[in-house]
Design a protein around this ligand. Structure first.
Ligand code: ADP
Length: 502
């Protein structure tokens, strides 16, 4: 294009004769990317053969037409995003310098996936002449990304089944259900158990990431008051903080408005941050979670008095698999995936997450989410969920059960000991208790007796989960195979559903 010879404020149309134009057109014609130029009146002044092909139009007839009429073959969403970017650039052509991301978009045209990159055409003195849109066919990249995600997802699924059996049988042997163990055998098996737990976490997180990335995670969106969400997450993490004698401070503004979101996923977000706060804070430390309302946003802060994060690490911790080289981090088992999942979930809720930290003095992770203004329909949607207290001394199994229950729309609290179970059942509203009979402190029977003896908890139904039998409603439980019992989570949830429906 010979911009210098054009009148001010316009771009030369490619049919105007110009000595340089022929060479430039030849160059444009040989570019595999589509190039499309429009002037400030939104008329097309130039487009190359590749652009005409992508847009499924005749090149000759396109010049002079309003540029937006060329986007008819785009998917509706693609057209909206592209026109949105155009509007923004027309309103403020100089914004592209500091907000590059807003000018890039992916559109689908038939079976093709096209990446469109828009830039303003600015002269040396900053005069705005129009827009140039570069279209690139990224169908193959998108397909191979999809194939990779599917692969991760399939492999993770396949790994989960044998791993469940390894974990189950190891757990059984550790509980000495197959005969007494000497100290060394116990130690060795605990190593097996810890590593199987790590693998399970890794596989679950990989599955989560691949599902989110491939768009297979659909948010079950409703009006959510974060006070309840945070309390659920706190109860999930509290047993671990208690074990480490960490103080948990919860400060929730009761006036903070609701957000539009998926309650289970928001519990996961806050739970991840709280669990990190606990894991990266020494014993006797302090963890605080607060909820406040800002103009149009709600803000959740999770802070700790832990090891802190260096400025270099702060820039990287939201990336997949990144873990700090801090020796204290290396001592804690982890995958480096939790924060990237957290970030993706927050962004799916149109929110933002960031960290502020002083190494050696602790960290604060902040999540902000837009307040949901339309609270009129809130009433029926916030009826409390039925809450299940899961009493199970094996943390991993307890978490699995709780996760499954939350996925089914129940609220779940976890108690790892008999004493915790009794305390929680008395302090919280609980609609059902699932009780493992083998607990480290009290026997399951003793817990059951005390629950029934206390008028506060006497009427709460209890499902007894015996180690050698499948979970069955009531106190019985037939002697079934262990493999059948241990991880028939679906059956388990079915029993919970049935018991609560009575
Ligand atoms: P993981 O905890 O499994 O390593 P995450 O993605 O949750 O994975 O966290 C990534 C890294 O961020 C951690 O390995 C750790 O280095 C750092 N990190 C996260 N939360 C904290 C925290 N509260 N205090 C200090 N470091 C943290």
């Amino acid at each position: 294009m010979d911009l210098a010879s054009s009148p001010p404020g316009t771009l030369p149309a490619d049919h105007r004769p110009s000595p340089a134009a022929a060479v430039e057109r030849a160059v444009l014609a040989s570019i595999v990317d589509g190039v499309l130029v429009n002037d400030v009146t939104e008329r097309v002044t130039l487009l190359n053969e590749a652009a005409a092909q992508f847009l499924q139009i005749e090149r000759r007839t396109a010049v002079g037409r309003p540029v937006r009429t060329l986007f008819d073959s785009f998917s509706a969403r693609g057209r909206l995003t592209l026109e949105g970017a155009m509007d923004r650039l027309f309103a403020d052509p100089y914004s592209a310098q500091y907000a590059e991301g807003i000018t890039e978009t992916i559109v689908e045209i038939g079976a093709r996936v096209i990446q469109a990159h828009l830039s303003p055409v600015l002269t040396e003195v900053g005069e705005f002449l129009g827009l140039v849109t570069v279209l690139r066919d990224v169908t193959r990249e998108v397909e191979s990304e999809r194939a990779k995600t599917d692969f991760v997802s399939n492999v993770s699924h396949e790994l989960r089944t044998p791993l469940t059996a390894i974990k189950g049988y190891t757990d059984l042997v550790i509980r000495q259900a197959a005969g007494p163990l000497n100290e060394q055998q116990m130690n060795f098996l605990q190593v097996v158990q810890t590593n199987a737990d790590r693998l399970t976490t890794l596989i679950n997180e990989l599955l989560d990431i691949s599902r989110i990335e491939s768009g297979r995670v659909k948010l079950d969106t409703q009006t959510v008051f974060l006070q309840g969400t945070i309390e659920t997450a706190v109860e999930m993490v509290r047993p671990y903080c208690d074990q480490r004698r960490q103080q948990m401070v919860v400060e929730l503004d009761p006036e903070a408005g609701p957000v539009l979101g998926d309650e289970n996923r928001l519990v996961q977000v806050v739970g991840n941050l709280l669990s990190n706060a606990s894991r990266y804070t020494p014993e006797d430390g302090r963890i605080k979670v607060s909820l406040s309302q800002l103009e149009g946003f709600v803000r959740v802060d999770v802070s700790d008095t832990g090891i802190g994060i260096s400025p270099e690490d702060q820039a990287k911790i939201f990336q997949r698999f990144y873990r700090s080289e801090h020796p204290a981090v290396q001592l804690v088992a982890g995958t480096g995936l939790g924060l990237s999942i957290t970030k993706m979930l927050v962004e799916m809720h149109a929110g933002r997450v960031w960290v502020e930290s002083e190494p050696g003095h602790g960290s604060t992770f902040t999540v902000v989410l837009p307040v949901h203004a339309g609270t009129a329909e809130v009433g029926p949607q916030i009826s409390p969920r039925q809450r299940v207290l899961v009493v199970e001394d094996n943390r991993e199994i307890a978490e699995q059960i709780a996760l499954q229950l939350r996925g089914e729309g129940f609220d779940a609290l976890v108690a790892l000991t008999g004493a915790q179970a009794l305390a929680l059942a008395r302090a919280e509203r609980v609609d059902l208790v699932t009780l493992d009979m083998l607990l480290p402190d009290l026997t399951g029977m003793e817990v059951l007796r005390q629950l029934k003896a206390d008028p506060e908890t006497a009427s709460v139904p209890v499902i007894v989960v015996s180690v050698m039998s499948p979970p069955a409603p009531g106190q019985g439980g037939s002697a079934g195979g262990y493999g059948e019992r241990s991880f028939a989570l679906e059956k388990f949830v079915e029993s919970v559903r049935e018991a609560l429906a009575r």
